[in-house]
Design a protein around this ligand. Structure first.
Ligand code: GLN
Ligand code: ZN
Length: 763
């Protein structure tokens, strides 16, 4: 019988129970013992449902209070000095939380550890912080305790731990800066003995298989890292009485394939949804290793084409027999938990989808089919029919959209005139001062605003009352901006709960779940929309709000849209056509909106693309293709306007070097970016590239409640002016203000405008 296993299950709970419990604990409303109890019952529930589904090896160690890498740092005793950890004491739960968030119910607050994106997913992990002389030791027992728990429940646990090279590669430390991080590799000598102890302890608990995650094997690794693999795994294998399953995911191994196959491990897992390594090369080099293949996509929500999977698997099964294992492509952490609870999705759409629980059922079906078990036939047939229905459905194929897309290649991707000519016309039309001031779009989302939106959605507030209230909010926002003397105003985005969901709800081809939450970081979850069909704009989406806002003032009001790449990136995207095509459909819908805004007298239009960079593929070889279509989509959406209509864009992340050419290629008249926390150093990329268009480098960090000082902002702008021509500079915060309070916003923006005035005088 084919062995079925799972690489990880979402820990958050079908109703986000973990989020609620952890947040209640932070707020002091739950005792630690009560929190522990919630964690334990979630683990039990998740193990139980995996075992009941028919999974043979149950992952243990995928549970985390905040993040699985942070859990492992605590296990290894990797606690930065500022948290005051005694080196002979175990790391406590509150220390773990202090590392994640800077504070916890007990213990002295300290600066939280950095968080960053987990490969190309929307999950964020806590970056391990290593000292040059870092000591490692087993400093937390939870992994071993959980193995006992799982055994007590009658399961066969397969502990999951990050591999040593992945752990080090993803870590940081003051002494390892710079391109050459061989210093990190030097830590292996002290790290490996602790890994050996961990493996020995697990073996002592009767563990047969350990899953050791080495996802960095899908990256373009530097030579010294690639070379370190053999040495490290020789040492681990020599000590281990457990069998090691080396798990890779999020891509193919490509240049690292032969390295991985040479390692003295007992099995290797490959992601077959994202990777395409030649199995003809793999099988002869396997020796007596197990080959585990992931044909069920752990990162989207579509039902699997099991026939296609079987076609690929049958010959391998014939060759490898029981040495062929099956699993999802990666941990199911990245899928929502359970489709069964979705009571508002229609039956047809639901029949096309599969969340974590359903993916396990698919896996079991696939396993049975591979083993020739005829009881799988009915399930396979049902799956086939669902897939066929989806591909034939009129809901996924809109002839008009298809035609429009086919003709889109005829549409020019260039503005009428080059930037120099446009900006002159825009300046004549907009009559802005030097160092013009603006904001990024949203203003504080007050309780009253949220309540109004909620009541309107629930039908407790009728359209007229809702519209009236939103208009009052817009009017207040405009009046405030006039008072504080901002130059380019915004309507404030009161009507938007989320910058992607808002547009998804107004476009055809999008669906929304009630419980389709996926962990983003810590207790934070996101509920991405599902793009299931051709995207079309049935009616203008933002024009009436913009027109109303503009009617209240003589100053220009910016129209505000979310860009095509960001809408794509923050949704579950259909898998039956290239992402680029879906993105172009969104771009065409936005293009109509841009033109309608212009028609309505809106002279400045901002298209936010904060997710442009995060869409970059993991391997550099694929960057160009992605950036080409991403830029193409932005231009498709924006270039239809007259020269004197000013196009803005906004991005907020901290690395522009990699994509500066693409940013310039967007040809937005103005870009506002997040730079305040880096002291304007991020502008170096723009200087070196001689970025030609206008830039608004954010002058204060909206994530902080502190009121920015005038002098501080003036100095930042002076630093900006050392790098870029003064006449190209704008003054603005570094992101939207929706998470801030009005009390904080008023003072901050007043100071910002004062700073701009000082800059103008000094010219
Ligand atoms: N216009 C959006 C806002 O101001 C931009 C948000 C973002 O960059 N993430 O909220
Ligand atoms: Zn932003």
């Amino acid at each position: 019988m084919t062995t079925l296993h799972n690489l990880g299950f979402p820990r958050i709970g079908a109703r986000r129970e973990l989020k609620q419990a952890v947040e209640a604990y932070w707020a002091g409303d739950l005792q630690q013992s009560e929190l522990e109890h919630v964690g334990k019952s979630l683990r039990q529930r998740h193990w139980d449902l995996q075992a009941k589904a028919g999974i043979d090896l149950i992952p243990v160690g995928d549970f985390a209070w905040y993040d699985q890498i942070l859990e492992f740092s605590c296990l290894l005793g990797v606690v930065p000095k500022r948290f005051g950890q005694q080196t002979d004491q175990p790391v406590s739960l509150d220390t773990l939380f202090r590392m994640a968030r800077g504070r916890a119910p007990t213990g002295t607050p300290a600066a939280a550890c950095e968080m960053t994106k987990w490969f190309d997913t929307n999950y964020h992990y806590i970056v391990p912080e290593l000292a040059a002389d870092q000591n490692f030791r087993i400093a937390r027992e939870s992994l071993f305790d959980q193995v006992e728990e799982a055994k007590a429940e009658g399961h066969t646990p397969k502990p999951v731990i990050p591999g040593p090279l992945t752990y080090l590669y993803l870590s940081k430390g003051d002494s390892f800066d710079g391109a050459d991080d061989s210093g990190k590799l030097a830590l292996l000598d002290t790290l490996i003995p602790v890994y050996r102890q961990i493996l020995q302890r697990l073996a002592g608990q009767g563990v047969d298989w350990v899953q050791i995650d080495e996802p960095i094997l899908v990256l373009d690794l530097p030579d010294n890292w690639q070379r370190a693999y053999l040495r490290v795994y020789d040492q681990l294998a020599a000590a281990s009485h457990c069998k090691l399953l080396l798990a890779t995911y999020f891509g193919g191994l490509e240049n690292n394939l032969f390295t991985a196959l040479e390692l003295p491990v007992d099995g290797i897992h490959l992601d077959r949804m994202r990777g395409n390594d030649d199995l003809g090369q793999v099988v002869p080099r396997l020796g007596d290793k197990v080959l585990s293949l992931g044909h069920i996509n752990g990162r989207n929500i579509w039902r699997t084409d099991l026939d296609a999977a079987l076609e690929a698997l049958v010959p391998l099964h014939n060759e490898l027999g029981e040495r062929l294992w099956l699993a999802p492509s990666c941990s199911l952490l990245h899928s929502p938990v359970d489709l069964d609870q979705e009571d508002t999705l229609d039956a047809e759409l639901k029949s096309w989808l599969s969340f974590a629980r359903q993916k396990l059922d698919e896996l079991v079906l696939l396993g049975k089919a591979l083993d020739g078990d005829t009881s799988a036939n009915a399930g396979l047939q049902a799956q086939r029919e669902a897939l066929q229905a989806r591909s034939n459905s009129a809901r996924t194929h809109h002839p008009a959209v298809r035609k429009h897309l086919a003709e889109a290649s005829e549409i020019s991707r260039d503005r009428h005139s080059p930037f120099a000519e446009r900006i002159a016309k825009q300046q004549a039309a907009l009559k802005l001062p030097a160092f013009p001031t603006t904001t990024i779009g949203s203003f504080p989302q007050t309780k009253a605003i949220r309540a109004a939106r909620r009541d309107w959605k629930a039908g407790r507030l009728d359209d007229t009352a809702y519209n009236e209230q939103m208009k009052r909010e817009i009017a207040d926002c405009i009046r405030y901006q006039e008072e504080v003397e901002l130059d380019v105003l915004v309507h404030g985005e009161a009507e938007r709960n989320d910058m992607v969901e808002y547009f998804g709800e107004l476009l055809d081809g999008f669906a929304f779940t009630r419980f389709g939450w996926v962990q983003s970081y810590g207790s934070r979850c996101v509920k991405p929309p599902i793009i299931f069909g051709d995207v079309q704009r049935p009616a203008p989406m933002t024009v009436e709000w913009a027109r109303y806002a503009q009617s209240l003032t003589d100053k220009p009001v910016k129209g505000m849209l979310t860009g095509p790449v960001t809408i794509l990136q923050w949704s579950f995207v259909r898998d039956d056509q290239p992402r680029a095509d879906t993105c172009r459909q969104i771009a065409l819908a936005l293009r109509d909106e841009v033109q309608d805004l212009e028609q309505a007298g809106i002279q400045v239009i901002q298209i936010d693309e904060p997710a442009l960079r995060e869409g970059l593929p993991l391997c550099q070889g694929e960057w160009k293709d992605y950036l080409d279509w991403a830029v193409d989509c932005f231009r498709l959406a924006t270039v239809g306007v007259a020269d004197d209509t000013q196009i803005h864009t906004h991005m907020c992340y901290s690395e522009f070097n990699d994509i500066i050419e693409a940013i310039a290629a967007l040809d937005a008249d103005v870009i506002t970016i997040e730079t305040s926390r880096s002291n304007m150093e991020l502008l170096d990329a723009f200087r070196d590239f001689q970025y030609p268009n206008d830039i608004g480098p954010g002058v204060y960090d909206i994530h902080s409640p502190n009121e920015p000082e005038v002098n501080w902002m003036v100095q930042l702008m002076e630093k900006a002016a050392e790098r870029l021509p003064k006449e190209r500079l704008w003054v603005n915060p570094d992101c939207g203000l929706k998470t801030r309070k009005w009390e904080e916003t008023r003072g901050a923006l007043a100071n910002m405008v004062t700073a701009a005035k000082q800059l103008r005088e000094a010219r």
